[in-house]
Design a protein around this ligand. Structure first.
Ligand code: KTE
Length: 541
């Protein structure tokens, strides 16, 4: 006789379905939402890390993103799901919550990608499914061995069915994850890049049906850190030509030279089997501390070019960020192109050009400043609306010329753009700063908001800098510079010389405070720069 309890267990095992994602109970009061970014995607509730499965549905005209999601807490943990969100314009997002979950609690649906299987190469669809909506997710199942699995959707990406032959790749490894798949036209096959993390290998597989995969090659280069994560290979157009090069993106964590997590890339060629980099030099996509696990979109309309989103946080401190009831934010989408860029006055290198995407945001106020000689007594000061109207979302585009380059290290040669909160006294005001120093020929960012408890965290380093050559010279040989910066409540993204480099960071003002206004100031008594043009906007989504 089989005991009743055993029958129950057998029954449960046989009919075991996915475990359900619960949403935890909210404990916060209204003020807990004050610093939730406007246009940087955040989940409605819970923990979020890497962007996953980014794709465009050409029939519904909708962008889909998925994300590493713990709906049960605001820290990373298992069971780990893919969450899901959609947007018509990459700016206004609707969160749909958990969409793919693990078979048991101590497991996770780790990072991965989505492809649109137009031609039904997988055989998972029938003719009733719109070719633009033949959505296949390829992700890592971590239990704790890591294997690559498939799930497909018959309703345009809102629900998924796991492929019954899973896993599709199993090499018996504990650290083997983050498959990113694309269709390679020239060789008529799907290509997967996936990382054998602790071996510092990006494995490149090929398949004609998304189900049977053959190992083609392995790539290893650059700055190692502790391990490789979230690789991605994509063809990127070279500005002003009809040529392209292949770019291999790679994330390393921990072990960034800045601390924690960072994204690097390599430029080279790909023949459908092997990626050959032009050189083995690591180049970093972003020189801030909060830009990780970048993933590109698949199936984009041609006019979008190459777009990608990264996670705007860092594993060193992500779980402690003072936000509630969500934790984790995405970067803005960026468009990527390549250009030959002057790295110094003797060397030109093919470099990624980064263009932030902000479509359909509403402009509330605009300040235009032209031909303004900046001195201590003539700062640029903008007055945004009072707090009740404040969105905490603003941007600035600035062009300036160095009009006195004969200064020495004894002179004040720094100017700064200050993003300032409300407050009655200097102690009461929180401020983050972006500056440029002529003698150092470098920009800096200072994200320290005094009195923010989070700054006690020694890994939440607050100062960053980046060397920039002038963008151009004017007719008199004066150096000209360009920068664009967007601030969104607790994320700052800055772009130098039309997107040649970027620094992205999270920052946290004291509870209830938001960046409200932008000032450009200096301690120089005599002007050493002229603000040719500054456009400062107060925005809402
Ligand atoms: C820890 O860096 C590791 O050793 C983390 O597990 C993060 O890993 C899981 O997040 C990533 C991916 O490799 C995983 O698929 C995913 C990168 O949530 O952030």
């Amino acid at each position: 006789m089989i005991p009743f309890q055993l029958l129950l267990i057998l029954f449960a095992a046989l009919f075991r379905s996915e475990i359900v994602a619960g949403a935890f109970t909210l404990e916060g009061n209204d003020t807990s939402w004050y610093n939730r970014p406007e246009v940087h995607y955040t989940p409605d509730i819970g923990w979020m890390n890497d962007p996953n499965g980014l794709f465009y549905d050409a029939t519904a005209k909708l962008y889909h993103i998925y994300y590493q999601f713990n709906p049960n807490d605001t820290i990373a943990g298992q069971p780990l799901y893919w969450g899901h969100a959609t947007s018509p314009d990459l700016t206004h997002w609707v969160d749909h919550g958990a969409v793919i979950g693990p078979k048991q609690n101590k497991a996770g649906i780790f990072s991965g990608s989505i492809v649109v299987d137009h031609d039904n190469t997988s055989g998972l669809f029938n003719s009733s499914i719109d070719p633009n909506q033949r959505v296949v997710a390829i992700y890592t199942y971590s239990d704790p061995y890591q294997t690559q699995e498939l799930a497909y959707s018959l309703d345009a990406g809102y629900t998924f069915i796991k492929y019954e032959g899973n896993p599709v790749i199993d090499i018996g490894a504990l650290h083997f994850r983050d498959p990113k798949v694309f269709w390679h036209n020239e060789t008529n096959q799907w290509i997967m890049t996936v990382s054998e993390s602790k071996q510092y290998k990006i494995l490149i597989y090929g398949s004609v049906d998304l189900i049977n995969w053959a190992l083609h090659s392995s790539f290893s280069a650059g700055y190692y850190g502790n391990q490789y994560e979230c690789p991605g290979l994509i063809q990127v157009p070279i500005v002003g030509t009809n040529q392209t090069k292949w770019v291999m993106f790679l994330a390393i964590n921990p072990g960034s030279p800045l601390g924690g997590s960072i994204n690097e890339y390599f430029v080279g060629d790909f023949d459908g089997f092997e990626f050959k980099p032009d050189d083995e030099q690591s180049r970093f996509v972003d020189l801030g501390k909060d830009f990780y696990a970048l993933q590109t979109f698949s199936n984009l309309p041609e006019s979008d070019g190459v777009l990608a989103i990264a996670w705007a946080s860092n594993w060193l401190y992500a779980g402690k960020a003072p936000t509630y009831p969500w934790r984790g934010s995405m970067s803005l989408p960026r468009q990527y192109t390549l250009d030959g860029v002057k790295l110094n006055n003797e060397t030109v290198g093919l470099t990624l050009i980064l263009t932030p995407i902000l479509r359909n945001a509403t402009t509330l106020d605009t300040f235009e400043i032209t031909n303004h000689n900046l001195t201590e007594s003539s700062p640029v000061v903008t007055n945004f609306t009072e707090l009740h109207d404040a969105t905490g979302l603003m941007d600035i585009e600035l062009e300036f010329t160095v009009i006195n380059s004969n200064l020495t290290i004894r002179d004040p040669t720094t100017f700064q753009i200050e993003f300032v909160s409300q407050g009655n006294s200097s102690e009461d005001i929180d401020m983050i700063t972006l500056g440029y120093d002529l003698i150092s020929t470098s920009y800096y960012m200072d994200r320290a908001c005094p009195a923010d408890a989070f700054l006690q965290n020694p890994y939440f380093t607050d100062k960053f800098s980046i060397h920039m050559e002038p963008d151009s010279l004017d007719d008199d040989g004066n150096q000209k510079f360009h920068l664009y910066c967007i601030v969104d409540r607790n994320v700052i993204e800055s772009f130098y010389n039309h997107g040649l480099f970027a620094i992205t960071n999270s920052f946290f003002m004291r509870e209830g405070k938001l960046p409200l206004e932008i000032r450009i100031t200096t301690h120089a008594v005599d002007a050493f720069i002229e603000v040719n043009n500054a456009t400062i906007r107060h925005l809402s989504k």
